[in-house]
Design a protein around this ligand. Structure first.
Ligand code: PLP
Length: 368
């Protein structure tokens, strides 16, 4: 009985870069600041530059990043926000948390990202924003969605929690929308040792309102609360760790791309594969199969851990169900068929051949 290969093991990445992480933490512990300070400012500057935008504002996590961006844009009760239902819960929770209504639209069956035609058909007089998700590390059709938002005067917020470094048409994830939300949850392509998030934007006014949203509505050093806001900050320790890991993000993404290419070539037509995309950063490598649960069991028997991202889809979950929501057959089918293989370089890198063999054998078993 061989040990089970986990679907993801983020602490293995910390182990790989342990010297850099230790040095970064020591600088904070030896310095004079536990909240804010040099580490946070340096990370924000470096991350904004990485994304090709003017401002990055650190915050507590990716869900908060979405909430802060929607609040700073003035979106709240009475507003509809168009998004997708095959995504992490934080995407729709953020919309609900600001008091707005998530309107779930259909996804493209191949890419699993927002269908721009479905988004266009869902625009009403109450629509205030669109939140597309660059799911599994693949950019949504953001050129079309940018045009749709511009045509209708809508706030475009990219959910980039799975897309650090992804590109389309030569432009980076996070540089298309009015703002973009990132998560640094440990499993993300850039992940810390705990929770963390950031909003990026090139709009200086929005950046100032975002900054106020992270600290009690303060807009300047006078510490005057100008708007209602809570507290959601990126810790100095976490910022220092992320700053130490950021230089290795490109290398990690390239490793993910190489593993994805090998999985693509090796698995072939045995299961439905995610379409190839040169700009994707493969946060997940997600196959689809009508007998998904049996395939997962059969992979587990061969020592390969898998995960399901995501089921049930959000429009069918108690917190998000609403009257008038149209059925989403593509989303519902994919939610029942998707299966995430290991793709994290520290996990899947040494095991790529074993993963391919297990999928080929498992698919043959499920076909019988
Ligand atoms: C991880 C994730 C979030 C939420 O980020 P947290 O840091 O866990 O709050 C939101 N959207 C997507 C698409 C995610 O993958």
């Amino acid at each position: 009985m061989t040990a089970m290969l986990p679907q993801a093991a983020p602490m293995r990445r910390i182990a790989r870069y342990r010297a850099e992480v230790d040095a970064a933490m020591a600088r904070v512990l030896d310095g004079g600041t536990a909240i804010g300070g040099e580490a946070v400012a340096a990370f924000e500057t470096a991350f904004a530059a990485f994304c090709g935008v003017s401002h990055a504002i650190g915050c507590g996590n990716g869900t908060d990043a979405l909430v802060l961006a929607l609040r700073a844009a003035g979106i709240g009760p009475g507003d509809e926000v168009i998004t997708v239902a095959l995504t992490a819960h934080g995407t729709a929770q953020a919309i609900r948390l600001v008091g707005a209504t998530p309107v779930f639209v259909e996804i493209d069956a191949a890419t699993c990202t927002m269908d721009p035609a479905a988004a266009a058909a869902a625009v009403t007089t109450r629509t205030a924003a669109i939140v597309p998700v660059h799911l599994y590390g693949r950019m949504a059709d953001i050129p079309a969605l940018t045009a749709l938002a511009a045509r209708n005067g809508l706030f475009l917020l990219e959910d980039c929690a799975q897309a650090h470094g992804a590109r389309v048409a030569g432009r980076q994830a996070g540089s298309w929308g009015h703002a973009a939300a990132f998560s640094f949850y440990p499993t993300k392509n850039l992940g810390g040792v705990g929770d963390g998030g950031a909003v990026v934007t090139s709009d200086a006014g929005l950046a100032a309102r975002l900054r106020a949203q992270t600290s009690y509505g303060w807009t300047d050093a006078q510490r005057i609360s100008t708007v209602v806001a809570g507290n959601s900050r990126l810790d100095s320790l976490q910022a220092a760790i992320l700053l130490a890991l950021l230089p290795y993000l490109k290398e990690g993404n390239a490793e993910r791309q190489a593993i994805a290419a090998a999985l693509h070539a090796g698995i072939g037509a045995a299961v439905s594969l995610p379409p190839w995309d040169d700009g994707a950063v493969w946060h997940q490598f997600v196959i689809a199969h009508p007998a998904r649960d049996r395939l997962a069991e059969s992979l587990a028997r061969r020592g390969i851990g898998t995960a399901i991202h995501y089921t049930p889809p959000l429009h069918l979950q108690p917190a998000f169900r609403r009257d008038g929501q149209t059925p989403l057959p593509v989303t519902e089918r994919l939610s029942a068929e998707v299966l995430s293989l290991p793709i994290q370089p520290e996990v899947a890198g040494p095991a790529t051949r074993a993963i391919i063999d297990a999928v080929l054998e498992g698919a043959a078993e499920c076909a019988r």
